[in-house]
Design a binder for this molecule. Structure first.
Ligand code: CA
Length: 312
């Protein structure tokens, strides 16, 4: 009787154990299926993330404004004397426009910078050294370089500078950038360039900014007599109007309003930062980086002094 009782107990235990094992196997299968489903979801998500990363990488590689993009805006028959008038007429996109300054015999294309309050007529840009600024009188008279590209290097031309700045009271703004990515600026009131028969003489008024007053040499009165560009005539290697016994434009390889010779030469050779040479012929703004550092980018522009900017 006792043996029979034991046998029944054993049978019941075996049955219960089998049932538990069966149940455990079921749970394992369910867990396996759940994990497989989770893995598939994660794989799908990883593929999508990879695709998104590739799309973002492609977007990052696209330049914000293609360097060779044409940026000319045709305003039809309406005539404007400078970029400030174009801006005031409601055209607030930076780019190339046609203008007709009062004394100019023809229409001319100019690059209008509608940032920093808008209305700026740009007459010089340096950005990558792609254009030579070591040019003769005729090239500086008529202008040269690449004005069509968004970042192109150019000189608008001394005749145009005369036609434009003789129309009224203009403020000059010079934007500078070094190879560390730092930006500085200098502004001068009453900016004007005289006619060719007066050798495109440079005149300017009071300075404000954070790049220092290299144009007037006021940073050091003792150097002003030879470093100031106030009242200087324009010189090129083939027309020497400087106050130096030799030829500044020839030695410093630029057209500019040289004295004997300069504390600013923004048309100098395109070195990349610190340089050494026989003369200080880099793109120099003395009061910021001295004579032996050539700047990365320069922009020179002007607008009427009574212009009312829209965001400054
Ligand atoms: Ca000379």
């Amino acid at each position: 009787m006792e043996t029979s009782k034991m046998s029944w107990s054993l049978v019941i235990w075996i049955i219960l154990s089998l049932d538990t094992t069966h149940s455990f196997l079921d749970e394992c299968k369910q867990e396996r299926d759940r994990l497989r489903a989770q893995l598939r979801r994660m794989e799908t998500r990883a593929v999508r993330q990879q695709e998104m990363i590739q799309r973002l990488m492609k977007l990052r590689q696209l330049p914000q404004l293609p360097a060779n993009k044409s940026i000319f805006t045709d305003l039809g028959d309406k005539q404007f004397a400078d970029c400030a008038q174009i801006f005031s007429h409601g055209n607030t996109d930076s780019g190339i426009y046609m203008i007709k300054p009062l004394r100019s015999p023809t229409q001319t294309r100019v690059y209008c910078d509608m940032t920093e309050g808008g209305g700026w007529t740009v007459f010089q840009r340096r950005s990558d050294g792609s254009q030579s600024f070591d040019r003769d009188w005729k090239d500086y008279k008529t202008g040269f370089g690449d004005m069509k590209s968004a970042n192109g290097e150019f000189w608008l031309g001394n005749d145009n500078l005369y036609y434009l700045t003789s129309q009224g009271d203009y403020t000059l703004r010079i934007n500078l950038e070094d190879f560390e990515g730092t930006h500085r600026f200098a502004t001068y009131k009453k900016f004007s360039i005289d006619s060719e028969e007066n050798q495109y003489q440079l005149k300017f008024g009071g300075y404000t900014g954070n790049a220092g007053d290299s144009l007037s040499g006021s940073y050091h009165p003792e150097v002003q007599w030879w470093a100031s560009h106030q009242g200087m005539n324009f010189s090129t290697w083939d027309k020497d109007h400087d106050r130096y016994e030799r030829n500044c434009a020839l030695e410093d390889k630029a057209g500019w309003w040289f004295n004997r010779c300069h504390s600013a030469n923004l048309n100098g050779l395109y070195y990349k930062g610190p340089y050494s040479a026989v003369t200080d012929d880099g793109i120099v703004w003395y009061t910021w980086h001295g004579w032996w550092y050539s700047l990365k980018s320069v922009e020179m522009k002007f607008r009427p002094s009574d212009f009312e900017p829209n965001d400054v």
